[in-house]
Write a protein that binds this ligand. Structure first.
Ligand SMILES: [Zn+2]
Length: 236
């Protein structure tokens, strides 16, 4: 398996809210995309881990992903330890992604920032020739951080105006989380509320680049521009 783009996230339904539009857009452009969730959400109030993984597979089809998997690491207490890093590094060698999307390194939920740190270190380890003699070394060319949950200025925004509805449909595949239900009703906003909230956030980021809907990303490296005459996003 060789993926062009792999999004790694802490929980099933994270990518549907942070970078799903970009995944869809890249799949539409012909790239092989994938999603690797680190936990199955076993500490969630609603549904079972089995339900969430099954729903995540439906969501993956909606997002046109070529592959989706789950590491089944412990939810809400995700650890960046040697065993987790090694297991993840072996998975990265198997999937050989060229570009990886990770959660931004600061977040409210510990699993989110820990997932970013753990996956970054696993990407590095995966490139070490002597890590394991039975698999080929592979290090992703680029790491980009999905910064939707963080209050930071993005390095760039992807226009997802054409993908927003499909991303919304992918998120609503998680019926155990977002379906109409009494249990935990105060914790989980209903469909209209989710649509408005995600719409407002995507409109905000889209507005920064003159698009209707957008998804924000941060990169640690400086972005290079080769042609300043054809740069996008107008100044006036
Ligand atoms: Zn999450």
């Amino acid at each position: 398996m060789t993926l062009d783009l792999l999004a790694i996230a802490a929980h099933p339904d994270d990518v549907e809210q942070t970078c799903g539009g970009t995944l869809i857009k890249m799949a539409e452009a012909g790239y092989r995309t994938g999603v690797l969730d680190l936990t199955a959400g076993d500490m969630g109030t609603r549904g079972t881990p089995e339900q969430r993984v099954a729903e995540s597979e439906i969501a993956a089809r909606e997002m046109l992903a070529a592959w989706r998997g789950n590491m089944h690491f412990p939810d809400a207490r995700l650890q960046n330890d040697l065993s987790a890093r090694m297991t993840l590094a072996m998975k990265i060698r198997e999937l050989k992604p060229r570009v990886v999307i990770l959660p931004y390194w600061e977040a409210r939920h510990p699993d989110h920032y820990r997932a970013g740190e753990l996956a970054y270190e696993a990407c590095f380890l995966a490139g070490l020739a002597k890590l394991d003699e039975y698999s080929e070394p592979h290090r992703p060319y680029k790491v980009i951080y999905s910064s939707l949950y963080a209050n930071v200025t993005p390095s760039f925004v992807v226009d997802i105006s054409g993908q927003f509805e499909r991303r919304m449909a992918a998120l609503l595949s998680y019926r155990s989380q977002y379906g109409e239900s009494r249990e935990g009703a105060e914790l989980f906003p209903q469909e209209q509320e989710i649509r408005e909230r995600l719409g407002a956030v995507a409109r905000y980021y889209g507005n920064l680049v003159g698009a209707k809907y957008g998804e924000p990303f941060v990169v640690k490296e400086t972005l290079r521009v080769d042609d300043v005459v054809s740069m996008g996003v107008r100044s006036f």
